[in-house]
Design a binder for this molecule. Structure first.
Ligand code: GTP
Ligand code: MG
Length: 335
């Protein structure tokens, strides 16, 4: 009887696959937007190479990790090889160069945790943040992109979760909620933990890609095209996964003891990471281990107020998925 009941639930929730996939399709950036991004990067490369002939520009973040929705800003990293570059000076110089070439709203933010230059290109209408030598972000961007190529359900789930988080106001690190990067890691981890698994753990497999940046060794299996249809033993649909994701974060996750870890494809304990108490501003109220900078908890921005907000939002979403006949409306309702 139990079995039969569960089957009923599953079939019920599958009626929502069509609207969820429609939302996903709607959020995918059109080809012309990608072309405009390339155009802007080419312009930036030209300007940068005059001042720093050996420097390289890398795209990172959502414009390069395949989790970017339409009309996103682009994130660019300027890599300069000199050993000890003074980032603030480079930022000021870069702002000068860009300013004198018709780019708009050029701002040098030298005091930010990650110093950046912000700008807007009037030709393409694209806004862009440029940081200096943030190569770990370039490498974790590649990891996310490689995961996205294994099973299409990751990109679908992550688009829907990011869209939900933006609509509900819980994608704002300066208000104590989580970054897009953190949400994508939560999605990857969720799919690694399904049985049968929908995603493998690339960092536990044979190393085919290895770089050391800022003293961190980043190694994993990146030949993802050879994995074939890895997740095909698991037939869960997007509606089931969205429901399961929210259910996990509402009722399944052990907030007191657990750390989610994409690096190991498992749950590890706060105790083993020494994340059991507040140190400085890191409270570890929701723990998401960075896959490469393993001492780094992406939940560190969450405080005792925002953890409540987040958990209430997860519960709200789980309830809507469970009981609302039309969840796609309520789920994304502006807060
Ligand atoms: P949207 O702009 O919201 O679409 O998403 P995004 O993927 O660009 O995410 P976000 O702005 O959160 O971060 C941009 C990139 O910076 C991420 O893809 C990561 O590569 C990197 N990043 C962001 N936060 C962290 C962090 O706390 N640690 C590390 N190592 N990298 C981070
Ligand atoms: Mg971004």
């Amino acid at each position: 009887r139990m079995y039969k009941r569960q089957m009923m639930c599953r079939r019920d929730i599958d009626v929502h696959n069509v609207p969820f996939l429609a939302i996903y399709e709607f959020l995918i950036p059109p080809e012309e937007e990608k072309l405009k991004q390339k155009q802007l990067v080419a312009l930036l490369e030209k300007l940068v190479s005059k001042e720093w002939p050996t420097a390289k520009l890398f795209l990172y973040g959502s414009c390069a990790n395949s989790f970017g929705v339409s009309k996103s800003d682009i994130d660019v990293c300027l890599a300069i090889e000199e050993a000890d570059v003074d980032k603030s000076k480079v930022i000021m110089k870069l702002a000068d160069i860009l300013q004198s070439d018709n780019l708009q709203n050029v701002q040098a933010l030298t005091r930010a945790r990650v110093p950046i230059v912000k700008l807007m290109d009037p030709v393409t209408g694209i806004s862009c943040d440029i940081c200096i030598n943030n190569l770990l972000a370039v490498v974790n961007t590649k990891l996310l992109r490689d995961y996205a190529h294994i099973d299409p359900r990751l990109r679908q789930l992550a688009f829907i979760i990011k869209h939900w988080a933006k609509s509900r106001g819980v994608n704002e690190t300066y208000h104590g909620t989580l970054s897009s990067y953190a949400y994508v890691l939560m999605c990857i981890h969720y799919l690694q933990m399904r049985r049968p698994a929908i995603l493998p753990c690339l960092q536990e497999m044979e190393t085919t890609y290895s770089v050391t940046v800022d003293d961190v060794n980043c190694a994993y299996f990146d030949q993802v095209e050879t994995l074939g249809d890895f997740g095909h033993h698991n037939r869960e649909t997007i509606a089931q996964l969205v429901w399961g994701f929210f259910y996990y974060w509402a009722y399944g996750h052990d907030y007191a003891n657990a750390v989610i870890s994409v690096r190991t494809g498992s749950i590890i304990s706060k105790r083993e990471k020494d994340w059991t108490r507040r140190i400085g501003n890191d409270r570890h109220l929701i723990c998401i281990e960075d896959p490469f900078e393993t001492s780094h908890d992406l939940g560190r921005v969450v405080d005792k107020h925002s953890i409540k907000v987040l958990r209430e939002e997860f519960e709200r979403a789980a309830e809507i998925m469970q009981f609302d006949p039309n969840p796609c409306i309520k789920l994304f309702e502006p807060y």
